[in-house]
Design a protein around this ligand. Sequence first.
Ligand code: DAT
Ligand code: MG
Length: 161
Amino acid sequence: MAALFIHTKSMAERTFIAIKPDGVQRGLVGEILGRFERKGFKLVGLKQITPSRALAEQHYGVHKERPFFAGLVDFITSGPVVAMVWEGDGVIASARKLIGATKPLEAEPGTIRGDLAVNIGRNVIHGSDAAETAAFEIGLWFEASELNDWSPSDQEWRVEG
Ligand code: DAT
Ligand code: MG
């Protein structure tokens, strides 16, 4: 059943990750990037951007009726964000595990929020929560030309075959 082991670029799973303004201001960019790199995922898009209100409101559109929405948009537009796309099998769910629970005081030690944050309104990082939101958020934050297909030279040491 060799077909089971065929991987093509079109099958590759991708997720949208953003280091929020608090993470950038606190000098946590390298620390956070390093956790995804060390796990073995592949970075295929990376830029620093201060989001417009329109971008922020679309990104958090699912929360637009929530009482914290205006404050959330104020916060996410308050300074540079480091926007990323990471690729790999299972990367959407795995990234959410690396990130930890939304409330940092409930996030497990060892997770990004568990180790690096204390407040829900300053929880340093965003990660897409499902395949549909990942596709939406990647398309919202990145042009197709900003994403790179490439093969890490040590790929065979990360995945089989
Ligand atoms: P997550 O970022 O873990 O996907 P979410 O989608 O429920 O969490 O909410 C998006 C962001 O909104 C979250 O990272 C922080 C903020 N937020 C959520 N609930 C909040 C609350 N009750 N008070 C203040 N900010 C909140
Ligand atoms: Mg969310």
